[in-house]
Write a protein of this length. Structure first.
Length: 309
């Protein structure tokens, strides 16, 4: 694998759990991927843009303020439809692999997002020196052979089960980053899923939970996967839905669906594995019974065959 990008954890990247927020893992990986693709001659211009279609992340070691980071990666495989890359975010001082990534990119028309085929010559060059997915990059609880877009429930099912997480809203460039053509940034999964006005009776997940003996519990992200059905744009009216697919003593698997409610079209599916985390002790803990009971109100394992390991 080649070195693609060097950076460090800055104070503005720290979240409520005291370590680097998951969105910055994705931002660093995207920067590294863009540099790798550019070296292969795959770049955006007036005729094409590079679209991130699927991003899997496995978090291995938390990173704190000041930690130096390197993005290393290479090409896993591909076809004229698109390329799949593998990357690692590494702390060169400690030698820790902070996170691993499997990313799928496609070419598209910049104004319509209609797919474009990858040039045969560029594809041949890209596949001339591929890397093998190492053990630390292999998913534990999220199956990359699963197709969460094809398996997504309809808008009617999501509504009938009361799984709405946010109120419907129109995509506004003042709230969600978009490109010059009005299409939502590939790094804006979080804004689509968690942005907007929460429902008053929303149950289930909360960022922090008070512990009976004092202190707080949060949920540390262990694995995520963002799978895009289509790229939304300014003016689309979207709504977020969510359900727990699996609950274990210390972990939960949640799936989020962002849907264009006017067209009844899926936008993105976001799957996440979270670990209950004692902020004071900075270690995993069993999910408290009161929290588990609330999470079980949104437990719908039949919406996916995926289960935790």
């Amino acid at each position: 694998m080649e070195l693609l990008y060097q950076t460090e954890v800055t104070p503005d990247q720290i979240d409520h759990l005291g370590h680097m927020n998951v969105r910055f893992y994705g931002a660093h990986a995207r920067t590294g991927a863009e540099r790798l693709l550019a070296r292969l001659g795959i770049t955006a211009d007036e005729h094409q843009t590079v679209v991130g279609r699927d991003v899997y992340v496995r978090h291995l070691h938390e990173q704190l303020t000041g930690a130096p980071l390197e993005v290393r990666g290479g090409v896993l495989g591909g076809s004229t439809v698109g390329l799949r890359l593998y990357e690692e975010l590494v702390n060169p001082e400690s030698g820790e692999v902070a996170a691993t990534f499997v990313l799928t990119f496609e070419l598209a028309d910049p104004t319509t997002r209609a797919p474009r085929a990858l040039d045969d010559g560029l594809l041949t060059a890209a596949l001339a020196d591929t890397v093998v997915l190492p053990e630390q990059g292999r998913p534990r609880s999220i199956d990359l052979d699963d197709d969460p877009v094809a398996a997504a429930p309809t808008l009617e099912v999501l509504r009938d089960r009361g799984l709405a997480m946010r109120r419907p809203r129109v995509i506004d460039p003042g709230e969600i980053p978009v490109d010059e053509h009005g299409f939502v940034s590939p790094l804006a999964t979080g804004e689509l899923v968690w942005g907007g006005e929460p429902l008053e009776d929303e149950a289930g997940f909360r960022p922090l939970e008070p512990l009976p003996g004092g202190g707080s519990m949060g949920f540390a992200t262990m694995e995520t996967r963002a799978s895009w059905a289509r790229v939304p744009r300014v003016g689309d009216r979207v709504q977020s839905f969510a359900a727990q697919l699996d609950l274990r003593p210390k972990t939960m698997l949640t799936r989020h669906w962002s849907v264009d409610v006017e067209r009844h079209e899926l936008v993105v599916v976001f799957t996440v594995v979270n670990l209950a985390f004692d902020l004071g002790a900075r270690r995993a803990m069993v999910i408290p019974d009161a929290v588990r009971q609330r999470l079980e109100e949104r437990l719908h394992p039949d919406l996916s065959v995926v289960g935790l390991t």
